[in-house]
Design a protein around this ligand. Structure first.
Ligand SMILES: [Zn+2]
Length: 104
């Protein structure tokens, strides 16, 4: 497994030298994003952008280094209830029992 480099936020606050609480938040957002896979990154960024509201997508693109179109795609996918995204492998019926369960 290769380690993802953590993106450095490019927003004006993080670029400035003054201390700001937002800096820690942005660096932790990027740290978190570095541990997610591609689609999870997209959805997380989409949620953060939605929280900001107007201009959120551009703002989050700056913070995360993701492309605005990537974030827009994430927002669209979330709005569709991730219908186009299947959840891993679907377990076969009856195959879910733990083998540790014993009948004695
Ligand atoms: Zn920032």
């Amino acid at each position: 497994m290769s380690e993802q480099p953590v993106h450095q936020c490019q927003c004006p606050i993080c670029q400035a030298t003054a201390e700001h609480s937002v800096k820690e938040l942005h660096s932790q957002m990027n740290l978190y994003l570095s541990r997610l896979d591609e689609q999870q990154r997209r959805w997380y960024a989409a949620l953060e952008a939605k929280k900001i509201g107007h201009g959120g997508t551009k703002q989050i693109a700056l913070v995360t280094g993701l492309h605005v179109n990537t974030i827009r795609r994430g927002r669209r996918e979330l709005e569709e209830g991730l219908a186009s995204r299947t959840v891993g492998r679907i377990r076969s019926p009856g195959g879910g029992r733990l083998s540790a369960e014993k009948n004695t």
